[in-house]
Design a protein around this ligand. Structure first.
Ligand code: FUC
Length: 771
């Protein structure tokens, strides 16, 4: 008997071990992008990054290319883009718009109201590290991968019976990119390494163990230095700025890059000493890897999403993407996509670095699309949609630093263009923190960029409940953004309501008085300021003033086709399939239009979205996933996910709508990283929504995701959720209360509320009964 019990226990134990091992293996495999061939184009290469440095690993056998960036290498120089005295024309522009003379208003604005210069500056590619292997043309057993859990890109293959391996990672603690090369037979590693750049103004110099690349941008004051050193057991020689490594078994390349940019007002850095000191202090590979793993995993492993792997799960990522089009039964691919977005945020947005731009930090051009800057009428904000819910709150900080800078440059613009207090940002910014209207008056004059950005501060507070942050950082910036609108909002002569004029419904319909989106954002900002003032027990008179103003702002309106009106007048063209659907901002990321509280408006919003159609650029598809999630329609959201996963294998194809490249970078096309982040946020929005004061579990679960488990997902109120569902039904949920707030939970029609204690876990079953 004793024996049998023992035996039983051991078997159970073994089985348990096997099962957990198996789950682990599935998970680890799922969290890799992998391929059977080297990159044929930039959009095949695999990204690594440490926030400020970013690199694309091509994985070639005869020649490896590691194309790298540093976040502060931009064209231009410190400058204000404000147009002095522009405010003299504000009244006339408004009058022309009130009189229906839009073209004249745009003409006057384009002559007298736009920022100087009219265009902002561009992020610049930095350089390339090439590693040439003379005899590696006939490689076999090739594989390259990006391990998201480790934050390491790997290449392995055989050539002439020797196994070669390459590992690449970008270390945040060491401020450097590490490349480790090994041969599995002693002394068989022979290669040459060189640095190059596409800048006209470049210079490469070297000595026996080190190379230096100097670049200077063509149009501007910034210059950069990249330094690379080699550590190897082989013989190193240098000639003409090229290092040759002979008869090695292992070699490590350590690369760092910096510029003379200090901040948007100061260009006095010394990139030579900076990179030299980084290389001098760089730990050896093993130590650097250890520190990198600890640093990366501290963030990455806080959150898990397990969706079952089906047959396609065993395919290389490019083939898997191709398969998804016709055979989308691959839930684990969605988990991979979400985790890839988290990986990309960790790699492009860390405390002390700049915010992730249109391409994150990955850019290989001197004239990148839209200058690879910050478009804030959707794209920059979208980059940060998954950051709090995906348990990466620290990665939000670079955006807050950007907002702080913009509150300074934007207050000059508020004065010069609008004679107003506070601060604002128009639809774009760059490394010089431009805040004035740019490009053209028919879309560049859009006044709610700063307001929308400011709401990210409020969201950070809502998710973390960090009152010190709210008091010291968030509220002063939000208040400044609101103060602008206190002065700027103007009475519409026709309705007597307060409206935003002049402005634009992003990139659709030209310069107008009173676009719906602006009013939604301004109401959202005022509400956030009012609530903050209450939490902080401060500024009651200001809060009361905002309350009054908010009630006078033009409300959402339903038009003749049953649509949510994009403008004050009912002129929506129901056949317009424009990529922006800005007037639904109040549905997501805003929250003033909801199925329960404003059913008529939600139906109108749905109508508007149906008229716009399901197609769009990458970020547009991603936004639509979130819209359908907020409409609580998981099936339509899933249809949008399928579109976002539309395979675009050839990046030279720029027409035909959005999708994903072989490296799963979002295709606008061209590459823009916003869709990666917005898409991930949309998938999470199907699992939990927390914007209405309750944790709404599985609010829009699509049929394609019947089973799954998520842990470490964060909800507003500072709750961390672990939950499992099977056959489309919630099984159980564990809620960690991080701030001791009251917890309101909703699942289907069931609702349950309970008090919590900070730091405690609460388990609920599918009936929402506390266990
Ligand atoms: C806005 C969008 C474009 C593009 C650009 C970076 O102008 O309308 O589609 O994403 O930003």
């Amino acid at each position: 008997m004793i024996f049998r019990t023992l035996y039983f226990n051991r078997t159970t134990l073994m089985l348990g071990l096997l099962i957990s091992l198996n789950t682990f293996i599935t998970r680890a495999q799922d969290l890799k992008l992998w391929y059977k061939q080297p990159s044929r184009q930039w959009e095949d290469a695999l990204p690594v990054g440490n926030g400020s440095l970013a690199a694309m690993v091509f994985g070639g056998t005869e020649s490896e290319r590691i194309q790298f960036n540093e976040e502060t290498l931009w064209t231009g120089e410190p400058r204000s883009y404000a147009h002095k005295g522009a405010s003299k024309y504000l009244g006339e522009i408004r009058t022309l718009l009130n009189e229906g003379r839009q073209k004249e208003a745009e003409k006057l604005a384009s002559e007298q109201f736009m920022g100087i210069p009219l265009r902002q500056m561009a992020h610049q590619a930095f350089g390339d590290l090439y590693i040439d292997f003379p005899d590696h043309s006939n490689a076999t057993d090739y594989r390259r991968e990006l391990d998201l859990e480790k934050g390491v890109a790997l290449v392995s293959y055989k050539s002439g019976n020797v196994g070669f391996k390459r590992a690449v990672f970008a270390s945040y603690p060491a401020k450097a990119i590490y490349v480790k090369l090994t041969a599995d037979q002693s002394g068989k590693l022979n290669f040459a390494v060189r640095l190059d750049a596409i800048h006209a103004n470049k210079k490469v110099t070297g000595n026996a163990g080190e190379l230096t690349l100097n670049v200077k941008v063509d149009n501007g004051v910034l210059e950069g230095v990249a330094k690379m050193k080699v550590q190897t057991d082989g013989k190193v020689s240098q000639k003409d700025g090229k290092l040759s490594i002979q008869n090695a078994t292992t070699a490590t390349l350590i690369l760092s890059a910096a510029t003379n940019y200090i901040d948007y007002k100061t260009v006095s850095g010394n990139p030579t000493t900076k990179t030299a000191s980084i290389l001098k202090n760089a730990p050896v590979y093993e130590q650097a890897l250890k520190e990198h793993l600890a640093d990366h995993q501290k963030l990455f492993s806080r959150f898990h999403l397990d969706l079952p792997a089906k047959n396609n799960g065993a395919l290389p990522t490019d083939e898997r993407l191709l398969q998804f089009k016709d055979n989308p039964d691959d839930p684990a691919f969605l988990a991979l996509y979400v985790q890839y977005a988290r990986y990309l945020l960790i790699a492009s947005s860390r405390p002390g670095t700049h915010a992730a731009n249109l391409q994150g930090k990955w850019n290989h051009q001197l004239k990148p699309s839209w200058d690879s800057k910050y478009t804030v009428n959707i794209n920059t904000e979208m980059n940060y949609w998954p950051v709090e819910i995906g348990n990466l709150a620290e990665c939000h900080q670079p955006l807050f630093a950007l907002i702080r800078d913009l509150s300074q440059t934007g207050s000059e613009v508020a004065k010069e263009h609008y004679n107003a207090n506070g601060w604002l940002v128009h639809h774009n910014t760059d490394v010089w923190r431009g805040a004035a209207p740019i490009n053209a008056s028919d879309h560049g004059i859009w006044v709610t960029g700063g307001a929308w950005l400011s709401l990210h501060l409020w969201e950070h507070y809502r998710f973390t409940q960090d009152k010190v942050f709210l008091e010291k950082t968030a509220y002063p910036l939000m208040k400044g953004a609101a103060e602008f609108f206190v002065d700027f909002l103007v009475k519409d002569p026709k309705t007597g309501l307060l409206i935003s004029s002049p402005s634009n419904s992003p990139e659709n319909g030209g310069l107008v008085a009173g676009p719906t989106m602006d009013h939604q954002i301004i109401r959202g900002l005022f509400k956030a300021c009012i609530e903050s003032a209450h939490v902080l027990k401060t500024d009651e008179p200001f809060a009361a003033k905002l309350e009054t103003l908010a009630s006078q702002i033009a409300p959402n309106q339903i038009g003749r086709a049953g649509q949510l009106q994009e403008w004050m007048t009912d002129i929506d063209d129901t056949t317009n399939h424009h990529r922006h659907v800005s007037h639904l901002w109040g549905v997501y990321p805003g929250e003033e239009i909801t199925p329960e509280k404003t059913p008529e408006l939600i139906n109108a919003a749905k109508k508007s979205l149906e008229f716009r159609g399901d197609d769009g650029t990458g970020w547009s598809l991603a936004w639509k996933i979130n819209y359908w999630a907020r409409f609580l329609d998981g099936e339509h959201a899933y249809a949008m996910i399928r579109k976002l996963f539309n395979p675009i294998m050839d990046a030279s194809v720029k027409k035909g709508g959005g999708g994903s490249y072989p490296n799963l970078f979002d295709a606008h096309p061209p590459f823009q990283i916003d869709g990666n982040f917005g898409g991930a946020a949309g998938i999470l929005e199907l699992l939990v929504q927390s914007h209405l004061g309750e944790l709404h579990l599985l609010p829009a679960l699509p049929n394609a995701l019947p089973d799954g488990k998520v842990s470490g997902l964060v909800a507003r109120g500072a709750f961390e959720i672990t939950m499992e569902w099977k056959k489309g039904q919630l099984q159980s949920v564990d809620i960690l209360s991080k701030a001791g707030n009251k917890c309101n939970v909703r699942y289907g029609a069931k609702r349950f509320s309970f008090d919590t204690v900070k730091g405690k876990h609460y388990k609920l079953n599918a009936d929402l009964k506390l266990q």
